[in-house]
Design a binder for this molecule. Structure first.
Ligand SMILES: Nc1ncnc2c1ncn2[C@@H]1O[C@H](COP(=O)(O)OP(=O)(O)OP(=O)(O)O)[C@@H](O)[C@H]1O
Ligand SMILES: [Mg+2]
Length: 266
């Protein structure tokens, strides 16, 4: 956990108290991290949220990726919210009424880029953590941006997630970057839930092909004593549903065998 003086650089005592109050009401907070870009963090965040919602839980997704926000697109939701309102209410998805917050809702249009300096990005994440009225929520899934920058730092140290899932791919290059994210999470004192290997294999004519090789995820698993909680294939159905904003229509439940229980997390 970081020193109080370092914390104050990011958020005033008032904001810290507000974040504590808002986050304290959420039963389980799961952050989805990687370090590496493009490995499927947002896709996995969405698949996890849908899996939990299908089981009847009340679920929210916080898109903490300010520059590369993609959660609204994956769920096919669009909205214009005002950042001047003292309280921010999440936008609901069509099928499972998953509560979504993303910087996209505060931009002029869905296509507007975010051209902000680092401190403003941190500010936006702090506002999300302190001002969003999530209502009753069993699970909040936080989609982190790639890298170990301000947004990830703030979520890990202020939202105090109950657990973190790390997304990796079978590539060696992914292992190297993901390990840095794991070290960052360990420094924040957060519980580590496990690894999700995305783009794990490809099924061609019924045969499983390891197009990106095999072994890197197992090495991370052994090094940090982390379970591999899911292996998700490269599947055109997944990318198509994400492209079309229909991820809630996914039939497969890649997380069905995994029980999310705080007791199991270290
Ligand atoms: N298992 C999969 N099968 C097919 N396509 C996938 C799979 N996982 C992710 N994709 C596709 O790969 C692309 C990158 O995925 P995604 O945006 O989830 O990655 P990310 O790690 O969140 O990226 P960023 O670092 O930019 O936030 C998307 O187009 C997504 O639809
Ligand atoms: Mg993403």
């Amino acid at each position: 956990m970081i020193e109080p003086t370092a914390r104050d650089k990011f958020a005033s005592a008032l904001h810290q108290a507000e974040i504590k109050e808002k986050m304290g009401k959420i039963k389980n907070k799961i952050a989805v991290a990687s370090g590496k870009g493009g490995v499927g963090k947002s896709t996995i965040s969405a698949l996890l949220a849908v899996s939990l919602a299908k089981r009847g839980y009340k679920v929210g997704v916080l898109d903490a990726d300010i520059y590369g926000h993609s959660i609204p697109r994956i769920f096919g939701v669009s909205a214009r919210l005002s950042g001047r309102d003292p309280e921010i209410y999440p936008v609901l998805t069509r099928k499972y009424k998953i509560k979504i917050i993303s910087i996209q809702f505060f931009l002029k249009s869905d296509d507007s880029p975010v051209i902000w300096s680092g401190p403003l990005v941190g500010r936006a994440v702090i506002d999300f953590l302190s001002a969003v009225e999530w209502g009753e929520l069993d699970y909040l899934v936080v989609d982190l941006p790639p890298g170990t920058g301000d947004a990830s730092f703030i979520v890990l140290n202020f939202a105090e997630p109950d657990g973190i899932i790390f997304v990796t791919t079978p590539h060696e290059v992914s292992r190297h970057v993901v390990e840095k994210a794991i070290y960052m999470a360990m420094e924040s004192g957060a519980n580590l839930i496990g690894l999700v290997e995305n783009m794990s294999y490809f099924v061609c004519n019924g045969e499983k092909i390891d197009i990106f090789g095999r072994g890197a995820t197992e090495r991370i698993s052994r090094k940090f004593e982390l379970d591999i909680i899911a292996r998700i294939p490269i599947d055109m159905k997944i990318s198509k549903l994400c492209e079309e904003g229909r991820i809630e229509d996914i039939e497969e439940d890649y997380f069905k065998d995994f029980e999310f229980s705080k007791k199991k997390w270290r």
